[in-house]
Structures are given as C-alpha cells and as structure tokens.
Design a protein around this ligand. Structure first.
Ligand code: HEC
Ligand code: HEC
Ligand code: HEC
Ligand code: HEC
Ligand code: HEC
Ligand code: HEC
Ligand code: HEC
Ligand code: HEC
Ligand code: HEC
Length: 441
C-alpha cells in the first residue's frame, strides 16, 4: 500500500489506500481526469471513462505489491492502447471485477503475478472462444498445466493492452515467438525462409502449436507449400516417400547439422507411436532398469525393454521405427538453399556413417513431447535387435550385404573414398530401378 500512495502522489491526487469511500474516490478521479485531458490529446479517441482510468494508470511507476511479494506494474500506455484492436471495448469491460465502486484498495487477494495473469486471461476466452479452444490443445497449454511458468498464455504473446491486428506480426522481428525462443529465431532469421517473410506460425501455427516431433504436422506444412517436392526428389532419390518418412527434412536441408537416429517405440496394432500412460510413466524406469549401467541401452537391454512393452503374448505389437533427424532445435531451423542440401548417398549409406553413431530410443511423453533415452550405436546392426529395428534397414551394414562388401573392396583396394561413393551411387541407382515399381504400388 505504501507503494501505491507514494506513486499516486506523483499524479497529484489526494487518493490513497485509506480512502475506500467511492464518493471521495470519484472526486479524486475527476480531478485527475480533468488534469490529464489537457495533456493526453492522443487518448481523446477513448471514452470518458477510459480516460479517467488512464488518468491514474498512465502514471509511470504506479505499482502494487502482491501476496507473494511480486510487484505488479499498473502503468498502461494510453497512447498505445488507443491504437489497438480493442480501443472501443473499454477498460471496464475487461476489468469488470475492478469497477469504480470496488476499486482500490483492492480487497480481493491477488496471490502473484502469474496467478493474476492466468485469471485475467479468462476474459480473452469470453470473446475469442474458438481460439481459446485451439490454444487449449497446444503444447504451450499442456506445459502450462504441468506447472511450467514460462509457457505462454494469451497475453504473453499478445500483451494485455497493446493487442494489434494479425497482420502486424512480422517475420523480421520474430514476434511474438522470438521473445522466448531467441536462439531458434536467430538461426531461423539467417535461413532460406527467414529471408522470405515466413513466420514461425506458418509452420507451427500460432495457437494449436504441437510438439515438434509429434505426428506429421510439420512435414505436412512443408509439403503444403512445396507441393512438387516429392516428385522433384524422386528424380534423384530412390523411394523418396520412404526417405521422407524416415529422414526429417532438416536432416538433409540443414547441411552442417549433426545428425542422429531416434528409434521410436511404435504400436503396430494401433498404428501409432507408443505414448506414456497418464500418471504411470514407465518408459524411463524400464529403460534405466534395462540399461543398468547408465551408459545407454545395448542390444540385449533394448530387447528386454521391448519385452516389457510386449507383455501378455502380444509379441511384436510394440516395435521400433527409426527416424534420422538433426540433433538440436537450432539446427532444425538452419535450412539453406537446396543447392547446399545433402545429396551424397554415402553420407548415410556407408558403414560407420556419422548419423548412426548417435542413437536414442523414445516414447511420447505425457505432454506430447518425446522422452528419450540413450542407446549404443550397435543396436542398429546387432542380430539381437534385428527383429525390432528390422524396419529400419538402409544402414550401411545391415541388410544390403553385397553393397557393404563391394564398398569394403573398393576401400581396401586403395581406390579411395570418392570412388567408393560413386560405387554406392551406381549400385543404389540399379537397386532403385529394381524397386521403383514397388514404390508406387
Ligand atoms: C484515482 C486513481 C485510479 C483510478 C481513477 C483508477 N485506478 Fe485502477 N488502480 C489504482 C491504484 C492505486 C491501484 C492499486 C490498488 C492497490 O494497491 O490495492 C489500482 C489497481 C488497478 C488494477 C489492478 C488490480 C485489479 O483489481 O485487477 C486494475 C486492473 C485497475 N486498477 C483498473 C482500473 C480501471 C479499469 C479503472 C477505470 C475504470 C481504474 N483502474 C481507475 C488507481 C486508480
Ligand atoms: C481486452 C481486454 C482488456 C482491456 C480492454 C483492458 N485490459 Fe487491462 N488487463 C487485461 C488483462 C488480460 C490483464 C492481465 C495482464 C496479464 O496477463 O498479466 C490486464 C491487466 C491490467 C492491469 C494490471 C497491470 C498489468 O498490466 O498487468 C491494469 C492496471 C489494467 N489492466 C488497466 C487497464 C486500463 C486502464 C484499461 C483501459 C485503458 C485496460 N486495462 C483495458 C485486459 C484488458
Ligand atoms: C504462442 C503465442 C500465442 C499465444 C499463446 C496466443 N496467440 Fe493469438 N496469435 C498469435 C499469432 C502469432 C497470431 C497471428 C496470426 C497467425 O500467425 O496465425 C495470433 C492471432 C490471434 C488472433 C487473430 C487472428 C486469428 O487467428 O483469428 C486472435 C483473435 C488471437 N490471436 C487471440 C488469442 C487468444 C484469445 C489467445 C489465448 C487463448 C491467444 N491468441 C494466444 C500468437 C499467440
Ligand atoms: C469484449 C470482447 C473482447 C475481449 C474480452 C477480447 N477481445 Fe480481442 N477482439 C475483440 C473484437 C471485437 C476484435 C475485432 C476488432 C477489429 O476487427 O477491429 C478483437 C480483435 C482481436 C485481435 C486481432 C484480430 C485480427 O483479426 O487481427 C487479437 C489478436 C485479439 N483480439 C486478442 C485478444 C486477447 C489476447 C484478449 C485477452 C487479453 C482479447 N482479445 C479479449 C473482442 C474482444
Ligand atoms: C519452415 C518451417 C518452420 C518454421 C518457419 C519454423 N520452424 Fe520450428 N521447427 C520446424 C521443424 C521441421 C522442426 C523440427 C522437427 C523435427 O525434429 O523433426 C522445428 C522445431 C522447433 C522447436 C523444437 C525444438 C527442439 O528443441 O526440439 C521449436 C521450439 C521451434 N521449432 C520453434 C520455432 C520458432 C520460434 C520459429 C520462428 C522463429 C520457428 N520454429 C519457425 C519447422 C519450422
Ligand atoms: C512466453 C514464452 C513463449 C512464447 C512467447 C512462445 N513459446 Fe513456445 N515454448 C515456450 C516454452 C517454455 C516451451 C517448452 C520447451 C522449452 O522449454 O524450450 C515451448 C515449447 C514450444 C514448442 C515445442 C518444442 C518441443 O520440444 O517440441 C514449439 C514448437 C514452440 N514452443 C513454438 C512456439 C511458437 C511458434 C511461438 C510463437 C507463435 C512460441 N512458441 C511462443 C515458451 C514460449
Ligand atoms: C535425402 C536428403 C533429402 C531429404 C530427406 C529431403 N530433401 Fe529436399 N532436397 C534435397 C536435395 C539434395 C535437393 C536439391 C536437389 C537438386 O538440386 O536437384 C532438394 C531440393 C528440395 C527443394 C527444392 C526443389 C523443389 O522441389 O522445389 C525443396 C523445396 C525441398 N527439397 C524440400 C524438402 C522437404 C519439404 C523435405 C521433407 C519432406 C525434403 N526436402 C527432404 C535433399 C533432401
Ligand atoms: C508457408 C509456405 C512455406 C512453408 C510452410 C515451407 N516453405 Fe520452404 N519455402 C517457401 C518459400 C516462399 C521459399 C522461397 C522460394 C525461393 O526463394 O525460391 C521456400 C524455400 C525453401 C527451400 C529452398 C528452395 C531452393 O530452391 O533453394 C527449401 C529447401 C525449403 N523451402 C524447404 C522447406 C522445408 C523443409 C519446410 C518444412 C520444414 C518448408 N520449406 C516449409 C515457402 C514455404
Ligand atoms: C540423410 C541420410 C540419407 C541420405 C543422404 C540418403 N539416404 Fe537412403 N535412406 C536413409 C534412411 C535412414 C533409410 C531407411 C529408410 C527406412 O528404413 O524406412 C534409407 C533408405 C534407402 C533405401 C531403401 C528404401 C526402401 O525401400 O526401404 C534406398 C534404396 C536408398 N535409401 C537409397 C539412397 C540413395 C541412392 C541416396 C542418394 C541419392 C540416398 N539413399 C541418400 C537415409 C539417407
């Protein structure tokens, strides 16, 4: 209260925390309102009532101490508010709980600034219910429900009093996403899309933002704009559709990225990734049990982990599906012109190729994001796990034995790596011809 009193002193009113009577409050407000009318010409588009609110609330440094010690700034920029989409709505509509009659000192207890924000964001819902519904389905809302206090609510992205039209979210600043995803924005700004005016929401959407690794939503966003992409890749990439499923677009289009393999637990009956059961997370416990030494799962451990998910005779219901992807979120946004994209088959199809040296096993966590556990690279080639990772076989050294053998000969013969790559390509082209009929059927 002491804070309010001293701040109000700045505005020159006699109002202070002790004066609850609405008559005194009203007269104080009129005093201020009159004084401010002459100085705030920019606010004149607002109603009388709004101008009265602003008479006090435009004061710099006006603030309020909350129950948990947070300090809530009460300053509202009138000149900015005048230019917003809500300037005709009026302060009192959104602040019905803070009408003149029951205005300060506020009797209701406000626990903290986050709690306040959350409570106040319900007013957005009252007029924008469909958007609120979309938001509720997002990863941000899920994180928020989990107690992540950094996850955004409406006003974190839109602000409470400077809400602008949709068109004003420009790609150049990355607003509002860059505020919290700064490293990703920086990477993105230098990418092939960052220079074309595309927004984060063009791929991720604004309200129903999904976890980056969930489903095919992101891939479908790419293909929604690049409709000819599958056909254009088919020209040089055998079984391009299969590659699109098993290799993320950034894995080739972010050429300097470090790549790795994620083996996803997959339910063959339900035809979807296995998700952690609400309230009874088992994956990490099982993984830790199986890979007792903490050095990552080896082939035996992986098998016993899978057995844990395949109880009651439902053998091979749960298997693994490999996906080759980039290691970090920053790398996922460093997409370049396609001339720099990875085209060299040997980058992946060669014994000991880099991407296969780093392996994780994952399940869908309770908020929809992947929960990962490290595994040893050997699981990809081991006979023990061939059953479970059998669907992921284009790895230098698992099934296409002839290829490995020829490559080894080429290297042993001192012909060198470039020729090795050429051999791989030649072989693949032949192999591709053989299977290209299969692909489209
Ligand atoms: C005479 C000055 C004055 C006027 C006029 C005034 N306020 Fe306030 N307002 C304050 C002070 C002081 C506080 C902090 C009260 C406290 O510390 O308990 C406050 C707090 C608030 C809060 C934060 C607490 C809450 O209940 O959410 C809101 C919102 C608010 N005012 C909105 C308004 C609106 C809307 C109007 C116009 C209808 C208005 N105020 C008019 C001085 C004023
Ligand atoms: C479209 C609805 C809406 C309108 C119109 C609106 N507010 Fe707010 N206001 C909010 C929301 C939501 C919050 C909570 C902000 C948050 O998330 O922390 C808020 C918070 C506040 C606060 C507390 C401090 C803060 O910024 O968090 C004050 C003071 C306030 N508003 C005053 C005003 C005044 C004065 C006006 C009119 C000039 C006004 N509001 C118009 C929605 C609105
Ligand atoms: C993670 C940031 C973020 C959050 C949280 C968010 N928005 Fe948005 N919102 C945006 C962006 C960005 C746009 C611009 C349009 C676009 O890119 O699709 C937008 C557009 C809008 C629009 C106008 C365009 C449209 O799609 O109809 C409304 C209305 C809106 N938001 C309301 C809300 C409400 C209400 C909430 C809370 C339930 C909310 N927003 C939460 C980022 C967000
Ligand atoms: C009393 C009803 C009401 C409330 C409450 C309200 N809005 Fe709005 N909002 C509107 C109306 C009406 C428009 C359209 C204004 C226009 O088209 O000029 C609008 C427009 C918007 C837009 C821009 C839409 C576009 O197409 O560009 C955004 C973003 C937005 N509101 C977000 C919010 C957020 C965030 C909140 C909560 C802080 C909120 N609104 C609370 C009525 C409301
Ligand atoms: C061209 C489409 C596209 C645009 C535009 C885009 N992203 Fe992404 N984003 C992706 C892809 C693809 C992934 C990685 C998905 C995967 O792992 O397969 C991703 C992943 C992410 C992740 C998860 C990162 C992690 O650590 O796993 C975040 C957060 C994210 N993006 C935020 C943003 C933000 C913020 C912007 C705007 C600055 C943005 N994205 C712009 C496509 C895009
Ligand atoms: C107020 C902060 C904030 C804003 C603004 C914000 N986010 Fe987030 N976002 C988070 C937090 C916190 C997470 C949880 C992941 C983390 O800790 O990095 C997250 C997670 C994500 C994820 C999922 C990452 C994953 O691991 O799968 C995506 C995608 C994402 N945000 C995209 C966006 C986009 C697009 C926007 C703008 C429309 C945006 N975010 C705006 C705070 C924010
Ligand atoms: C195996 C590596 C690889 C994968 C996976 C891959 N690309 Fe490409 N992509 C390339 C290469 C190499 C080129 C350049 C081809 C050329 O110049 O002839 C290219 C070209 C492109 C082009 C420009 C040509 C055109 O079709 O307009 C687009 C757009 C593109 N890719 C999008 C995608 C998308 C979207 C995905 C994911 C669904 C993807 N790529 C997956 C390697 C890949
Ligand atoms: C909203 C539409 C849109 C989405 C979504 C989108 N792109 Fe693009 N993309 C573009 C535009 C526009 C360009 C610039 C075309 C140009 O300058 O030639 C571009 C350029 C590219 C290029 C460079 C092409 C070349 O010829 O060098 C690649 C590669 C690419 N996009 C891949 C992707 C990938 C991968 C995704 C998904 C993660 C994606 N795009 C999502 C619109 C989109
Ligand atoms: C970025 C890594 C990468 C690059 C580059 C790459 N591939 Fe692949 N390729 C894979 C992965 C991963 C699979 C496994 C797909 C699966 O198991 O579903 C695969 C599968 C294949 C298959 C088997 C398809 C099938 O029917 O399952 C062939 C053939 C193939 N690739 C040929 C090539 C050729 C030829 C090139 C070069 C023009 C190439 N690949 C470039 C990663 C790559």
């Amino acid at each position: 209260m002491a804070i309010c009193r001293s701040k109000l002193g700045v505005t020159g009113t006699k109002f202070h925390a002790g004066l609850i009577m609405s008559a005194r409050l009203a007269s104080a407000m009129i005093l201020v309102a009159v004084a401010s009318l002459s100085t705030h010409a920019a606010d004149s588009a607002l109603s009388q009532l709004d101008q009265q609110c602003l008479a006090c609330h435009s004061a710099k440094g006006l603030e309020m101490k909350l129950a948990n010690g947070d300090v809530l700034s009460l300053q509202v920029q009138g000149a900015v508010f005048t230019k917003t989409v809500h300037n005709k709505i009026g302060c009192a509509v959104c602040h019905a709980a803070t009408s003149f009659e029951n205005h300060p000192p506020v009797k209701r207890k406000i626990a903290g600034s986050r709690e306040y924000s959350l409570e106040m964001n319900r007013v957005c819902q009252s007029c924008h219910a469909p958007i609120f519904k979309l938001y509720e389905s997002s990863i941000h809302a899920a994180l928020f429900r989990e107690g992540n206090s950094y996850a955004p609510v409406c006003t974190d992205c839109h602000s409470p009093h400077a809400v602008m039209a949709k068109a004003s979210y420009d790609a150049a600043s990355g607003a509002p996403c860059s505020k919290c995803h700064d490293p990703i924005f920086n990477a993105y700004a230098g990418s092939v899309h960052g220079k074309t005016g595309l927004n984060c929401s063009n791929c991720h959407r604004a309200h129903d933002v999904t976890p980056a690794t969930a489903g095919d939503q992101l891939k479908n966003a790419c293909l929604g704009c690049h409709q000819g992409a599958l056909d254009s890749h088919r020209i040089w990439l055998p079984n391009a559709g299969r590659h699109f499923d098993a290799v993320s677009c950034p894995a080739c289009h972010s050429p300097t990225a470090k790549r790795k393999v994620d083996l996803r637990l997959y339910d063959n009956v339900a035809q979807e990734r296995v998700a952690e059961r609400e309230g009874v997370p088992q994956f990490e416990t099982r993984a830790r049990l199986a890979g007792a030494k903490g050095a990552g799962l080896d082939a035996m451990a992986l098998r016993s982990l899978l057995r844990g998910f395949n109880i009651e005779g439902t053998d091979n219901r749960t298997t693994l599906r490999g996906r080759l992807e980039v290691t970090t979120g920053v790398e996922a946004h460093q997409l370049t012109r396609s001339a720099q994209a990875i085209r060299d088959c040997a980058k992946c199809h060669q014994q000991g190729a880099d991407p296969f040296q780093s392996v994780t096993v994952s399940i869908v966590g309770s908020d929809g994001r992947s929960v990962r556990y490290g595994a040893k690279p050997e699981v990809l080639n081991s006979i023990v796990s061939v059953d479970s990772v059998g669907g992921f076989y284009a790895i230098g050294g698992t099934r296409i034995k002839l290829l490995d053998w020829l490559l080894a000969l080429a290297v042993l013969g001192g012909i060198g790596v470039p020729l090795g790559h050429m051999t791989v390509r030649w072989l693949f082209r032949r192999y591709a011809k053989k299977i290209s009929g299969k692909e489209d059927s």
